[in-house]
Ligand binder design. Structure first.
Ligand code: SF4
Ligand code: F3S
Length: 78
């Protein structure tokens, strides 16, 4: 699935929210998060992020940390 990774933190451009056909991008305190079960993997959000924060989860650079896990933690807490 797609995830929003480290570059979104404290940027929160929100261009991605307008592109998502299923409204599965949720706002957190310092970044936005893609709901892993609601995302239909359409890829529409990926090119519009000005800081290239949106990646297919296998393509998140390892040095950015485990954003699949942090996304899951975010949705477990809401
Ligand atoms: Fe929404 Fe598509 Fe991006 Fe998933 S890949 S968050 S469904 S725009
Ligand atoms: Fe964040 Fe990029 Fe969306 S900065 S809010 S992932 S457009």
């Amino acid at each position: 699935a797609y995830v929003i990774a480290l570059p979104c933190v404290d940027v929160k451009d929100r261009s991605c929210v307008d592109e998502c056909p299923v409204d599965c991008i949720y706002e957190g305190r310092r970044a936005l998060y893609i709901h892993p079960d609601e995302c239909v993997d359409c890829g529409a959000c990926e090119p519009v992020c000005p800081v290239e924060a949106i990646r297919f989860d296998d393509d998140v650079p390892a040095e950015w940390g485990d954003h699949t896990a942090s996304n899951a933690d975010f949705f477990a807490a809401v």
